[in-house]
Every structure is written in structure tokens, then in C-alpha cells.
Design a protein around this ligand. Structure first.
Ligand SMILES: [Zn+2]
Length: 62
């Protein structure tokens, strides 16, 4: 048994391997490679499920 001090995940956009501090569902991080914002959808055995988050652009001019 090992205690995971970090979590790992893969960016869904650029497939970069990511290592993060422990995170919980709903937290967000930025991919260092493609700069996308990713949200934690779940954690399984120290592996993050990540999903892209739409950047909150408010200047649609509507
Ligand atoms: Zn990425």
C-alpha cells in the first residue's frame, strides 16, 4: 500500500501527463502545456478524471 501524495492525470486536450497535489471533485487546474482550464470530475486510485472547462468569456457582445 502506498499513500499518494500527488495525483496524476492526463490532459484531455493535449494528452500531457499531469501531476497535481491532492485535489477534490470540482476543483480546477490549468494545463501547463495548452493552458486549458481543466476540472476534476473524479479521482480513482490517485488518477484524476479531467474535463475541459469552457473559459468564461463574457465579452460576446450580446
Ligand atoms: Zn493540455
Amino acid at each position: 500500500m502506498t499513500t499518494a501524495a500527488t495525483l496524476t492525470g492526463i490532459c484531455p486536450e493535449c494528452e500531457t501527463d499531469l501531476t497535481t497535489p491532492p485535489m477534490v471533485d470540482g476543483e480546477t487546474l490549468s494545463c501547463p502545456e495548452c493552458m486549458l482550464t481543466l476540472r476534476v470530475e473524479g479521482v480513482t486510485d490517485g488518477t484524476l478524471s479531467l474535463e475541459m472547462v469552457e473559459v468564461q468569456l463574457r465579452d460576446w457582445g450580446q
